[in-house]
Design a protein around this ligand. Structure first.
Ligand code: GLA
Length: 354
């Protein structure tokens, strides 16, 4: 869990913004809710390497080590970005031919997380060579002796979920880039069902960063985004301006009960258990025999949805469920429960026990 600069700031990210975000991660309660990684995406890199071939920063980032010290002083961790190609997606310096050297530099700076983005490598290597290319950086990171989270970003090519853990990957993107709109978010989120078996503690499917709070979706749509990512056991990397959050955005990103579903220690990714027209019901098994149930209405009109517990794999009808958005317990009686779901909205529940 953390934050990443790309979705909102793109090439405008700089030292001042990252420090401001780090401050706000603390004051807003994001850090204490679990969002600890502050990740600088593309466009921090200098135009050329120094005389010894070391990667440099550009003038937006005068001193990366000092920035890491600052972020660490706030009880947070710092992430960075590079590419196995000579250039990054945005045309900045990549790590090609300098993999070990860059891993060492990142470790010396105090970096805790690296997103390694394929883009600039695709003209050099075939998809079949991808695994070895990612392994090279994975080994280089291990060699530094510093624990660094390794995020593979190659858009889900070549069944990365099958080999991501072997190259040291802690998370791997499963799709192309998300955009801040309903079509993009749902195209990604609802297409993750078949990847469920590959999610494990320490090794996660990554359906890309959150757009919550960036303005392109309604609050109901952002609740769908948060609930779905939680059911998918997905990394929660906020992509908004933490320094200026509306109360609605805060309520979504800081919903502790939704976060608890996402972070459940069993690490089992949820699956689609029922579907009819625009309505999909997804269930995630949680530790201690609990389950999270997401009732999603992908359609443009409100719907009353009736859930039959046996259809979702429940052996016993629950007597009580917890509504994670309304934050209230609901007493039940019988084998079914009917609940209104707004357009593009979600009913998100926790059911304890078998
Ligand atoms: C690719 C990645 C994005 C972002 C940009 C930066 O598109 O998928 O997440 O890192 O590159 O250039």
């Amino acid at each position: 869990m953390g934050w990443n600069s790309w979705n909102l700031f793109r090439g405008r990210v700089n030292d001042e913004i990252v420090r401001g975000i780090a401050d706000a991660m603390v004051t807003s309660g994001m850090r204490d809710a679990g969002y600890v990684y502050v990740n600088i995406d593309d466009t921090w890199e200098g135009e050329s390497r120094d005389a010894n071939g070391n990667i440099t920063t550009n003038n937006k980032f005068p001193n990366m080590r000092a920035l890491a010290d600052y972020v660490h002083s706030k009880g947070l961790k710092l992430g960075i970005y590079s590419s196995p190609g000579p250039d990054t997606c945005a045309g900045y310096e990549g790590s090609y031919g300098h993999e070990e050297q860059d891993a060492r530099t990142f470790a010396e700076w105090g970096i805790d997380y690296i997103k390694y983005d394929w883009c600039g490598a695709r003209t050099l290597y075939s998809d079949e060579e991808m695994q070895a290319v990612y392994q090279k950086m994975g080994e280089a990171l291990l060699k530094t002796g510093r624990p660094i989270v390794y995020s593979l970003c190659q858009y889900g090519r070549n069944d990365v979920w099958k080999w991501g853990p072997d190259v040291g990957g802690n998370l791997w993107r499963t799709t192309g880039d998300i955009s801040d709109n309903w079509a993009s978010m749902t195209r990604i989120g609802f297409s993750q069902n078949d990847l469920a078996p590959y999610a494990k503690p320490g090794h996660w499917n990554d359906p890309d960063m959150l757009e919550i709070g960036n303005g392109g979706m309604t609050n109901d749509e952002y609740k769908t985004h948060m609930s779905l990512w939680a059911i998918l056991a997905a990394p929660l990397l906020a992509g908004n301006d933490i320094r200026n959050m509306t109360p609605e955005t805060k309520a979504i990103l800081l919903n502790r009960e939704a976060i608890a579903v996402d972070q459940d220690k069993s690490g089992i990714q949820g699956k689609r258990m029922w579907q009819s027209g625009d309505v999909e019901i997804w269930v995630r098994e949680l530790s201690g025999g609990a389950r999270a149930v997401g009732i999603f209405n992908r359609g443009p009109v409100a719907k009353d949805v009736t859930v039959r517990w046996s259809d979702l794999g429940f052996k016993k009808d629950p007597k009580r469920i917890r509504d994670l958005w309304l934050k209230q317990d609901i007493k039940l009686n019988g084998s079914e429960h009917t609940t209104p779901i707004p357009p593009h909205g979600v009913g998100f529940f926790r059911v304890n026990g078998k």
